[in-house]
Design a protein around this ligand. Structure first.
Ligand SMILES: Nc1ncnc2c1ncn2[C@@H]1O[C@H](COP(=O)(O)OP(=O)(O)O)[C@@H](O)[C@H]1O
Ligand SMILES: [Mg+2]
Length: 348
């Protein structure tokens, strides 16, 4: 058996700064008042009637991101079993002759922890980037929507007015035959322009749902549903349509985009004859189920990397403490479940 004091001396002689604590409670106290260590070596047995190593480790993991390597002189099954849940960075056996293994174990644990930290950081960075790019897209949408609405809309309207003037002038036309054919042409042009104005409106509101600014989320969803219903020619039932959905602009837009993507997927892939949307407002959660009875797909085997639509939905919900979960069965249909926190972060 190597005594802890010997272990400490050995590690010091290899360039490590070592601080000892003889009990679990003392270790937790020291963490509060000292600079945090790079690694903790934790004895499994910390004495009778005291908090043991695994329990102390659990407390450390709840509060800090410090790798803990458990150690003991014993390797019997009972000792190892007691550590099972807490061994994340290896286990070392403290017997004479094992010193070099102990050093290697510590170095490996430090490396593993460093790699995990780097991984977490890069994941956080990727999320930030994705959210930023979603935000930028929305900002650009606002801009394009305004251009489409104001510029293109204006141009079409002035064309329409020009046509009306010509139509008026034609009333004084002398050759009846000629007049009739020009009038017919004008009529057709009116129709074309009207269609173009409708398309402009629809494009502009797809880019930026103006209803969200003027009406609440529920009305915006109703409008969205009507729009899809017209295109899909299948009934979409909105349940609980009298629920009050009063969310911040950001959350409303996120919910709107999630429902929009779910409906787009249904139009594209589901071949459904019935769609139900069910929002549920709880004390702290907003939940929405979007269900179709279409052909379904293998949602278990979904490669999120290649399914940017679904990834985007999940990220939008993640941003507000929620998620999007999809369950689908062949020939039965698809259920998209989304939830998010109703309260803002600073109100939680
Ligand atoms: N409601 C649905 N019914 C059937 N298949 C669906 C449905 N929603 C999604 N899918 C399947 O999941 C895949 C991933 O969807 P998504 O991430 O939105 O990507 P994309 O729409 O760009 O293909 C789709 O290609 C489709 O095969
Ligand atoms: Mg999609």
């Amino acid at each position: 058996m190597i005594l802890n004091q010997h272990l400490s001396n050995f590690l010091s002689s290899h360039g490590y700064a070592v601080e000892m604590a003889s009990r679990g409670e003392e270790c937790l106290e020291k963490l509060k008042s000292h600079p945090l260590p790079d690694l903790i070596l934790m004895d499994i047995n910390l004495g009778k009637n005291r908090m043991d190593g695994p329990a102390t480790t659990k407390k450390i993991y709840e509060q800090y991101d410090i790798p803990v390597v458990l150690h003991s002189a014993y390797t019997d099954k009972a000792t190892l079993d007691s550590t099972r849940d807490m061994v994340k960075y290896g286990y070392i056996q403290k017997v004479p002759g094992n010193e070099q293994f102990i050093l290697a174990g510590i170095e490996l644990a430090l490396k593993l922890h460093g790699a995990q930290k780097a991984h977490k950081q890069s994941e956080a960075k990727y999320r930030k980037l994705l959210h930023r790019s979603q935000d930028i897209r929305e900002e650009q949408n606002v801009h394009i929507a305004r251009e489409v609405h104001d510029e293109l809309g204006q141009t079409l309207t002035s064309l329409q007015m020009g046509l009306a003037l010509i139509e008026n002038d034609l009333k004084e036309c002398r050759s009846e035959e000629k007049c009739a054919s020009v009038t017919q042409m004008i009529g057709e042009m009116h129709d074309t322009i009207r269609a173009a104005i409708d398309q402009t409106r629809s494009l502009s509101s797809q880019l930026r749902p103006a209803v969200l600014d003027t009406a609440g989320l529920m009305d915006a969803l109703k409008w969205l549903i009507q729009d899809y219903q017209r295109r899909m020619r299948i009934p979409i039932t909105l349940m609980n349509e009298n629920e009050q959905l009063e969310l911040s602009q950001e959350k409303s837009l996120a919910v709107y985009r999630i429902v929009q993507e779910a409906l787009t997927n249904i139009v594209r892939y589901a071949d459904a004859s019935e769609v139900t949307i069910e929002p549920l407002v709880g004390d702290s959660l907003l939940e929405i189920y979007i269900q179709d009875n279409g052909k379904g797909f293998n949602s278990e085997a979904l490669e999120l990397n290649n399914s940017l639509g679904i990834l985007g939905m999940k990220e939008r919900a993640n941003q507000f403490g929620g998620d999007v979960i999809i369950k689908s069965k062949a020939d039965i249909g698809t259920k998209v479940y989304m939830y998010m926190q109703l309260k803002e972060d600073n109100e939680l």
